[in-house]
Write a protein that binds this ligand. Structure first.
Ligand code: SAH
Length: 349
């Protein structure tokens, strides 16, 4: 059965017209869906017969909360959602002064294989549907009671590896009849799928593109990010320049600081040189120590020196404030922990 919540309002209107329904019906159904209705039965302004017909024609599913962890330090909330097929994904709700932000996942697992990342350790299980991405925003808002104003696609998965579904999700979450979250309040992070960056540039969306660079040279980037062997640093950066020129939107570069790997003064110099003239902003993130990797975070003084060097070269650089440290808020970790627990529970019985 077709997933009704992944349809745009226009598509829903066309489908309902074919079922012989009047024009205004589609907006009624769309409104219910985008307010988090869990079943067609709840849609009390539709006739019983139509509700019946819809439930025979379409599937409607909402995730359930498998785990909810609340940081005692800063109010960050981490959700582990159970999807229809039993797979789980994570979202993180962060409370910033500029508004409540939810970080969502785009895939179950990830195929990209970055050495430092927990999300990729079990490989890619499957891609999420548009409605499964929308639900993470919608149900985080409903569960927390906090209005969500910003979205970052920086959770589990590679959004540009799930390109069509991600674009459709953006259309849904941005729709005025739905959650109406402005494109300027949405960031999308990629490990650097160059061809897709080109496709995205053509869409000319007002969102913020974040690129996970993590190293300015191929020797290091090849070691920590396998995607670099497909598209190297220079190819990636020229796609970024083209994106900037086409959209006029500044790109934000993520740089996880890994002790004695990518944090030397020479790397800061090279990074500054490579990013010149493209309005780049660098986000320095002290590496999050994960169980599965021997890589360690840089020392705070090294991070500060790296930032200073970039700024001296005219590149704006910020050090990411870490939220939810007490709840392991970086994505990927909770899902893996939960899976391990479930496996050991299963093998116990
Ligand atoms: N696949 C996308 C988005 C998901 S990861 C991407 O690669 O951009 C979101 C960000 O967290 C990326 O910049 C990623 O490189 C970074 N990241 C993953 N594991 C990390 C860790 N252990 N410490 C710090 N940053 C990490």
């Amino acid at each position: 059965m077709k997933d009704i919540k992944s349809l745009t309002l226009k598509e829903l209107s066309e489908e309902l017209a074919q079922l012989g329904e009047p024009k205004f019906r589609a907006l009624q159904v769309y409104t219910w869906l985008h307010r988090g209705a869990r079943s067609f039965q709840e849609m009390s302004n539709l006739s019983k017969a139509l509700r019946e017909k819809l439930s025979q024609t379409y599937s409607l599913y909402c995730p359930t909360v498998a785990r909810r962890l609340v940081s005692q330090k800063d109010g960050t909330v981490k959700y582990l959602w159970r999807l229809e097929d039993g797979n789980c994904v994570e979202s993180v709700l962060m409370r910033y002064h500029h508004g409540n932000t939810v970080c969502i996942s785009s895939e179950v697992g990830c195929a990209m294989g970055c050495a430092f990342c927990a999300s990729t350790k079990g490989g890619l299980i499957r891609r999420l549907s548009p409605s499964e991405m929308l639900d993470q925003v919608l149900f985080t808002q409903l569960d927390s009671g906090l209005p969500i104003s910003n979205i970052v696609l920086m959770g589990i998965g590679e959004p540009l590896d799930n390109y069509d579904n991600v674009l459709r999700f953006l259309q849904l979450v941005n729709s005025p009849e739905g959650m109406n979250i402005g494109m300027r309040h949405i960031s999308l992070s990629t490990c650097g799928l160059v061809r897709r960056i080109g496709d995205l540039a053509k869409e000319d969306l007002q969102l913020t593109l974040s690129v996970s660079l993590h190293a300015p040279c191929d020797e290091i980037r090849n070691e920590i990010m396998p995607v670099n062997r497909r598209w190297n640093v220079d190819e990636l950066l020229s796609a970024c320049r083209a994106y900037y020129e086409k959209t006029g939107r500044r790109i934000s570069f993520e740089y996880a600081m890994i002790r004695d790997v990518n944090d030397t003064p020479q790397m800061a110099k090279l990074l500054g040189k490579k990013l010149r003239g493209m309005g780049a902003h660098v986000n320095l993130i002290p590496l999050n120590d994960i169980e599965e990797s021997p890589l360690k975070p840089s020392l705070p003084q090294t991070v500060r020196a790296f930032q200073k060097s970039l700024e001296e070269q005219g590149i704006t650089a910020t050090v990411r404030r870490t939220l939810g440290i007490d709840i392991n808020a970086s994505c990927g970790q909770l899902r893996r922990k939960y899976e391990k627990e479930q496996t050991s529970e299963r093998s116990d019985c």
